[in-house]
Every structure is written in C-alpha cells, then in structure tokens.
Design a protein around this ligand. Structure first.
Ligand code: ZN
Length: 714
C-alpha cells in the first residue's frame, strides 16, 4: 500500500460561543477519520483554527469593554480545552486572526485582482447610528412586511416563512442598541464567481469530490443559473483584516475563514520544518474538508473558485454531515438538550459519545439523533458488555503470566476477524462508521459466544485444566485486542489501555492480522464504566442552568443559505406543536386504575412517536425448537424461524405456563431488531410477545392462521 499524503480540516468554530455536543459531531467524525488514516500508516494532518472575525465579535468586545483580541483569546483557550477533553487531536490549532492568515488572504486577493474578478458595487443596508455600524440581517428585528408578525429577523419571517430584505421590515430596530436603523449606501467589493461557472460545473458534477445529493443540490439551486457575484468586503468599522488596496474596507469573515485552513497549515509547517507548497500546491496531496450542511455553499462554490484562481490544490473531497437532534428534536436550552462540551465532560465519559456518534454516522447528510436512552443502552451493551467484558472476564486469570507460546486453535475466529479488517477499513475510509461499528460488534458477538462456551471461570477452578484455561484466555485476549485495534480510531484510550495490558502498543492497523503469542499480561486495570442514566439526567439538568449560548457564526450570505435536506424553520414549528400536544396529553391521561390489569401495570402516559413505534420491527415467527434450560426454573430456550435463513435464539420466561412440546411449530410474534441481551444462560437475541402479569398467567401472542414467518407486524 502506498503512503498517501492527506490534509484534513474541520470547519472553524466561531469565537463567539462555546463548543456544544452538536458541534462535536463534526470534530469527532473528523478525528476518527484522521486517526484511522494515521493508523493505516498514511501521512495525515488534522488542521483547524478559531474563526475570529466579524461584527459579532466586535460588538461583543464593545459590550464587555474589552479588546477583540482579548475576547477571542479567551474563547480559543476554552475551545482547545473542550476539544482536548474529547481526545480530538489537531496537528495544529490556529486562529484566523493571525499573520499567516493575513498574508495568505493578501496572496489570494491579489490573484483575484490579477484575474480581473473583483469589482465594486454599491450596497444599501441598514445602519445602526448609535453603534456606528452596518447591520447584518440577524442584528435587525421588526414586523414582517407580509404577515405583520412582530419580532422577526431581518431576512425572513418565522411565522409565514417569507424571505425579504431587512430594508422591507416594518418598524425595524437594531438588536445591538435598540436604535431605529437608517438606510445607508456603501461601496462593497464583489468577486465574479460566474467567471468560473464551467469549472465549477465540472468540479461539482464529476462524482469525485462531493456526495451525490450535494452535487444535485448545487446543480438544482445554483449552477442552473448565472452565479451571483459574491460580496467579500465590509466597510469600517469591522473586526477583520483591512484590504491592502482598498483602505477603509475589510475582508468579510467568510472570505478569510476558509483561508484559515491554509494559515493553520503554514503554522504547522513552520513548527515542523515542512514545505507549505507540498501540502497546498502538489497534486499528490489530498485535501479533505469536513463541514456541516449549512455551509455547503461556501465550501463547494466560492472556495474552489478562490483556490482555482490562486493556483492552490482543490479539495479532493468535501465531506458533509447533517445536524444533531436530541431525542428526535432540535437541541433546546429549555429542555437541557443543548449540552455544552464542558458540561458533558463534568458528567460523562467522552469515549461514550465518540462511540455513539461513530455508531450513528453514515456517509450521507442525514441528521443524526442522540437518543439519550439508546445512548446509555448502546454504550453499556456494546462497549462494556461486549468489548471490555471480553478482557475483564479473562485477563484476571492471566495476570503476571504470558499468553500461550503458540496461538491456540480457536476454530477460525481470529482468522475470520483478521479477514474482516479490509471491509472495516473500507467503511472507515468511506465515512460509513456505522457499518464499521456493526462489523466490529458482530466480531465481538462471536468472541463472546466463544468465551461463554469455554467458561474460563469454570476451568479456573480445576487445577488439571490449567493449560486449557491458558489457551482460552489467550484466544479471548487476542480477539479482544483485534477489536481494540479496529476501534482505535474511535476509542484511542481503549487502544492505549489494551497496549498496556498486553505489553504491545497499538500503532498500526495491520497488527490485527497477527495474534500475540507469549506476551506478558499485566494486571487488569479497569477500562470503562457503565453509563448510569442518573449521570445523563444530571447533565441535562445542569444544561438547563448553563449560561446562554451565542455561538451562531456570522452568516450574511448574498444568496439563500443552503439547506440540502431540511428546512430548519419547519422543524421548529413542528417542535412547538408536538410539545404542546404532549403536555396536554400528560394532563388528560392521568390514569384511574379501575381494572385489575391496569392496577398491575398502569397505562403508560408518555406517548411514543410514530417514528419510535416504527423502530420496533415485529415479525411473525415459527418456534422450531423449545427446550428446558438447565438450572433455570422459569426459562425455556426457544429457537425462532423468522423466514429465510434467519433464526434467533431466545430465553423466554414462560416455563410455568407452557411445556416445550406444546410450543414446537407454533407461530408467534417476536421483535426482530431487539438488541441481543446477555443472560446468565446465554445470549437472548429477541423476545416473543406475550400478555399477562407472569407466573401461570402468561398468554403467548399468535397471528391468525394464514400468516407466515417473516411477515412484519404493522
Ligand atoms: Zn410573516
């Protein structure tokens, strides 16, 4: 495999607010991808910086009576602290307010001038006479000119969803000073992007650089028309870089922000004796940007046009992800779901979120939902129950000893997991972390079945079976180590702990191909705690009390901001009504237990959404085998046929009512996508549905005759 040279960036966080769990989707996604590339032996650097310029910072500094550099310096420290807390490891973390950025902006600007792409036009905007500044759309509020709804922002109405210009607002007011804005005209500098239309058409539609839905979005919304000139300057006062050949004018924050990627590279090059042009002017170098879908427009049209003009490398790929929702809704301060990174870290382990996001992230732009219940169960069952347990249940028999001198026969488990390495790597490469995690957990299941069957805790009691115990534990620890290697991009701490446990640091993906033999096993150190839902609740409670966030980046686009998949306004409206009806339902449905069944099990008042309901995949199944479970007086072990070749083994607490021979060949209903649960007697892979309080009162559900195994229950 030839060594690739890969430069990776994540979008620059804005210096006006703290990092929250929504931002972390991207920084964790990117960090996983970078760590994966490094583990594969490629040269890969991860660059980022604070995005510091713009009106918002200027106003904030004024309000706080401090300089802008003081404000952005403090926020940069906070950002770096948060990222470090989540093991997000940048090779360089810079600032757009740096000398390197200023000189690169000047270089690109000169190239745009030389290509004759810059021209001057007059722009009419609202101006705050008290603050002495032009007002970006979001700094103006007033009455909607279409529907007369009060308190609307300068560019659109939340009530009727109309778009308009801030100069159309009725009774406009500056949110900075409360003053009535004046209409003023100023000169702005524009870049003629249309000049690059043909190039952008070719670049965006080549199928190489963008996800297909992004390419289609750009074609349908922008490239089908003449591209509008891009307004890249702001008149003073403005916090940013003054344009060298246009005194009194500053580069707009969105001009210098992406150039910050290059400035951060230059800082890294200077610190490491590297040549900048190797990274930005060499066709052999890959440039990968990771961004959220809200800034698609800047990164897929303006940015390639700027790079092309100035002769720098074009992005190899722009990887675009969706937004985070929590429990199916937009993050909300009042619900405590807008969780700051620092608040998370006070209560929960960062590895849990890294794994949960990895398990959810696919290659598309779909929004990602953090379901707090699922978060706890998934981490507990996958990481603690399946992965860490493998080591904790076997390493204790091996402390101070060496694993078997030759790797024992394991029935092909190690070879099988080694062969999965290429598939898992391909999934990481394609940002399909979800598939990668599923593959790894399937391997973990197989390893756990082996340990269950071999029962080292039984072997350890018999001195005559010491050699057998050594073999079993050597196999289990090697299978565990393979998982730790495959999970290393997601869980760097676990990889490190594994390296310490087996005296063999994890540094290379291919280590998963060769088992360790005769390696000393250290004393087992605790690796990961289970998630306690109480900790999650404490984090949510704290987030309700956290100070107001104000971290929206300044976006004053001359064109509508792209929303490839979803309209944020619609989500907000849906949310409000859903919330109201849920509260009404709570009051109305206070149950009065008048029947015995309700007394035994009160009706649930929490509604479940249609989507929640549809997550449960219930199927008709045929019970093909039923047997007693030795040592269990309530359980029967059932094998279910779900149609096709799908079989599931379950342990059902129905022995009091049903005899095994009564059950064979019966149709039943089971949940096909229930996460497997480890029970004392083995792993239960599903659940058959039954009614009744238990004991002898258990009534298995069965479909009417005619149903066949595999049919979904609706
Ligand atoms: Zn309106």
């Amino acid at each position: 495999m030839s060594v690739r040279r890969i430069l990776v960036t994540a979008a620059l966080p804005y210096a006006n607010g703290h990092i929250h769990i929504g931002h972390l989707v991207e920084y964790i996604q990117t960090d996983i991808w970078v760590r994966f590339q490094k583990l594969r032996g490629h040269r890969c650097i991860y660059l980022c910086a604070d995005d510091t310029h713009g009106t918002a910072i200027m106003i904030r500094a004024r309000q706080e009576g401090r300089s802008e550099t003081e404000v952005i310096g403090e926020m940069q420290l906070a950002h770096v602290r948060d990222f470090t807390g989540f093991d997000i490891e940048f090779d360089n973390y810079g600032s757009t307010n740096s000398d390197e950025n200023r000189s690169l902006c000047a270089e690109i600007w000169q190239a745009l001038r030389d290509a004759d792409l810059v021209h001057q036009k007059q722009v009419t905007q609202l101006f705050d006479p008290v603050e002495g500044t032009f007002l970006a759309d979001r700094f103006v509020r007033g009455t909607c000119p279409k529907c007369a709804a009060p308190e609307q922002y300068g560019d659109s109405c939340d009530a009727c969803l109309a778009n308009f210009s801030p100069t159309d607002l009725i009774d406009p007011r500056s949110t900075l000073s409360g003053a009535t804005p004046e209409i003023r005209t100023a000169d702005h500098l524009f870049v003629r992007i249309e000049h690059h239309h043909e190039f952008l058409e070719e670049w965006t539609q080549s199928g190489k650089h963008l996800q297909p839905e992004v390419a289609n979005y750009l074609k349908g919304h922008f490239l089908c028309d003449e591209l509008r000139d891009w307004d890249v300057s702001r008149p003073e006062p403005y916090f940013g870089f003054e344009i060298p050949d246009a005194p009194g004018h500053f580069w707009y924050v969105w001009f210098d922000a992406p150039i910050g990627y290059m400035a951060s590279t230059r800082q890294w090059c200077q610190a490491h004796g590297e040549d900048f042009d190797t990274w930005w002017r060499d066709a052999e170098t890959e440039v990968h940007h990771f961004i959220g879908k809200d800034i698609t427009y800047f990164h897929t049209l303006f940015w390639p046009a700027m790079l092309k003009t100035a002769g720098f490398n074009l992005p190899t790929k722009v990887h675009i992800h969706g937004f985070l929702t929590v429990d199916g809704r937009k993050m909300s301060k009042s619900k405590g779901t807008l969780v700051q990174a620092s608040t998370y870290l006070e209560h929960l382990n960062p590895d849990w979120l890294r794994y949960y996001y990895a398990a959810k992230l696919g290659p598309r732009l779909d929004d990602l939902d953090l379901n707090l219940d699922e978060f706890a169960t998934k981490v507990n069952s996958d990481l603690v129950g399946k992965v860490v347990n493998l080591a904790s249940r076997t390493a204790r028999f091996m402390a101070g000893q060496q694993t078997a001198a030759a790797y024992p026969d394991d029935g092909g488990l190690f070879t099988n997991a080694a062969a999965a390495g290429d598939r898992i790597a391909a999934a990481y490469e394609a940002c399909d972390f979800n598939s990668a995690m599923r593959e790894v957990m399937a391997l973990a299941d197989a390893a756990n079945r082996f340990v269950e069957d071999a029962a080292p805790w039984v072997l350890s009691k018999d001195p005559d079976r010491e050699a057998e115990l050594l073999d079993v534990c050597s196999i289990a620890l090697n299978l565990f180590r393979q998982l730790a290697i495959y999970l290393a991009p997601v869980l760097p701490r676990l990889a490190e702990q594994t390296g310490e446990l087996l005296n063999n640091p994890i540094t290379d993906w291919d280590q998963a191909q060769v088992p360790l033999a005769g390696t000393p096993v250290a004393e087992f150190q605790h690796m990961m705690q289970r998630v306690d839902p109480k900790q999650v609740q404490a984090m949510i409670d704290d987030s309700k009390d956290a100070p107001e966030l104000n971290s929206e980046p300044e976006v004053e686009t001359p064109d509508p901001a792209p929303e490839p998949e979803a309209a944020a306004e619609e989500t907000a409206v849906e949310d409000a009504s859903a919330e109201a009806s849920a509260e009404e339902a709570d009051e109305a449905a206070e149950p009065v237990a008048t029947c015995e069944a309700h007394q035994q099990e009160p009706l649930t008042t929490d509604t479940c959404s249609y989507d929640d309901f549809m997550k449960v995949d219930m199927r008709v199944c045929r019970i093909t085998r039923a047997s007693d479970v030795e040592g269990a007086d309530k359980l029967l072990e059932l094998v279910l046929d779900l149609g096709g070749d799908v079989q599931k083994t379950v342990f059902a607490g129905i022995k009091g009512t049903y005899q095994p021979e009564d059950l064979v060949d019966r149709l039943a209903v089971c949940c096909a996508n229930l996460a497997p649960r480890k029970m004392r007697f083995g792993i239960s892979e599903s659940m058959v549905l039954a009614a009744g309080p238990g004991g002898e009162d258990i009534f298995l559900l069965a479909p009417d005759s005619g149903a066949v195994p595999g049919q979904r229950i609706h």
